[in-house]
Design a protein around this ligand. Structure first.
Ligand SMILES: NC(=O)c1ccc[n+]([C@@H]2O[C@H](COP(=O)([O-])OP(=O)(O)OC[C@H]3O[C@@H](n4cnc5c(N)ncnc54)[C@H](O)[C@@H]3O)[C@@H](O)[C@H]2O)c1
Length: 248
């Protein structure tokens, strides 16, 4: 089942966690995948080495999604090698949690710059090419807290709510060129990001998840693949919660 054979896919933050799962999924389904990392070259090298050894096509490029120049270099590299970009997955994200009364301006700016401005810069960098191709898919990885808000995560929740607004705006701007833009809002997925949670926070999440378990990176990757595939050809501007029923 090589649904994405001949397609070029960019996945930001692809060297671990959910992004790694997305890279593996697209690579397994035949795409040429450009993953990014901003630190941890060893891990990126080892994933690429493992997948390329079995005939998949994966390359990692060091990128800071919050820098327009760095994003341009990423997209240029993908275009130089394959001539196209079919799918952009804006997955890179960070948390810098804290109560607002103690949150520094830097923690606010860093979070918004990576999570929201980064997605804007990446979408901007690929949109001209996708327009000329008359096809493209952009999948943004938001979060359920972008819908519900969360005490201690005002910066993160605002960035993810912003990403939902960006998704809907891009969907409207790009629809006439057959570029579809959708959003996945994961709930609680076990990754490096959620390792930072306290046992109390973790138990709190599990308590409000009807499926009573965390999601897996593969389950999020499957939802992303759906939005990148022909099966979602009539869907744009939507937010799909992949959250075990946490938010409904
Ligand atoms: N894990 C969860 O429970 C969960 C829930 C909801 C949403 N999400 C979202 O899913 C996405 C992936 O999360 P994760 O849990 O895999 O996190 P993670 O911390 O394991 O991975 C984040 C990735 O983003 C990259 N990154 C960070 N800053 C970057 C920058 N400036 N430029 C380029 N890359 C950068 C990191 O290198 C890493 O590869 C994030 O957007 C996160 O907000 C995660």
């Amino acid at each position: 089942m090589a649904r994405f054979e001949g397609k070029t896919v960019i996945v930001t933050g692809g060297s671990r966690g959910i992004g790694e799962g997305i890279v593996r999924r697209f690579a397994a389904e035949g795409a040429t995948v450009f993953g990014t990392y901003n630190s941890g070259a060893d891990r990126a090298d080892s994933i690429a080495g493992e997948l390329n050894a079995v005939g998949m096509k994966v390359r990692f490029i060091q990128t800071d999604v919050a820098s327009e120049q760095s994003v341009k270099e990423l997209v240029d590299a993908a275009v130089k090698e394959t001539g196209r970009v079919d799918v952009l997955v804006n997955n890179a994200g960070i948390t810098k949690d804290g109560l607002v009364m103690r949150m520094s301006e830097k923690d606010w700016d860093d979070t918004l710059n990576t999570n929201l401005k980064g997605a804007f810069l990446c979408a901007k960098a690929v949109c001209r090419l996708m327009m000329s191709q008359r096809s493209g898919r952009i999948v943004n990885i938001a979060s359920v807290v972008g819908i519900t808000g969360n005490a201690g995560q005002a910066n993160y929740a605002a960035s993810k709510a912003g990403l939902i607004g960006l998704t809907k705006s891009l969907a409207k701007e790009f629809a006439s060129r057959n570029i579809l833009v959708n959003c996945i809002a994961p709930g609680y997925v076990e990754t490096d990001m959620t390792q930072k949670l306290s046992d109390e926070q973790r138990a709190g999440f599990l308590n409000v998840i009807p499926l009573k378990r965390a999601g897996t990176v593969d389950e999020i990757a499957a939802a992303v693949a759906f939005f990148a595939s022909d099966d979602s050809a009539y869907i744009t501007g939507q937010v799909l919660c992949a959250d075990g029923g946490m938010v409904m």
